[in-house]
Design a protein around this ligand. Sequence first.
Ligand code: FES
Length: 165
Amino acid sequence: MASELTVDLAKLETIFAQYGDQTGVLIPVLQAAQAEYGYLPSAVLSAIAERLAVPLSQVYGVVTFYSQFYLNPRGRHVIRCCDGTACHVRGTPKIVEALENHLGIRAGETTDDMAYTLEVVYCLGSCALAPVVVVDGTVMGGVTPERMLKVIASLDGADGAGAGA
Ligand code: FES
C-alpha cells in the first residue's frame, strides 16, 4: 500500500487566502485542499486546524465522517466496485477478486506505483445495470471480470506503462 508522500504546505496559502477569516469554512477548505493534494495528508489537516483555530480532533471527525474525504494518497485511476445487494448477487465478488489478483492489492488499497486505487462501495443507485463498476468517474454496467481486465489493459496502455503485480 502506498505511503504518505512529501507535502508542500505552501499550496494551502492560496486556499486560506480565498476563505480569509470567514467562520464555518472547514468543509470547503478541506474540499479545496483535497482538490489540490488529491487526498488529505496529516500535515495538511494539522495546518488547517491551526489556521482555522479548530481542534484537530474536530477536523479528523469531519474527514472520517464524510466519505468524500481521503486520508491516503489515491491512484491516478480509481476503480470503485459496487457490492450492494443487486451487484453482489450478479458477480461483484468475482470482479473484485480478479482485480485484486491482477493489481496485487486488496480492496481499499493503492498500487505502489500509484496507478490504481481499488475500492468497494455499496449501491451506487444504478442497480438495474448490476454489476456496476465506476472507473475514473465513468459508470460501467453489466461488468465481468474479463471486461475489467481489458479496461485495466487499456488504461495501462494509455498511461504508457504496466501496473500491479
Ligand atoms: S447494488 Fe450496485 S448499484 Fe445498487
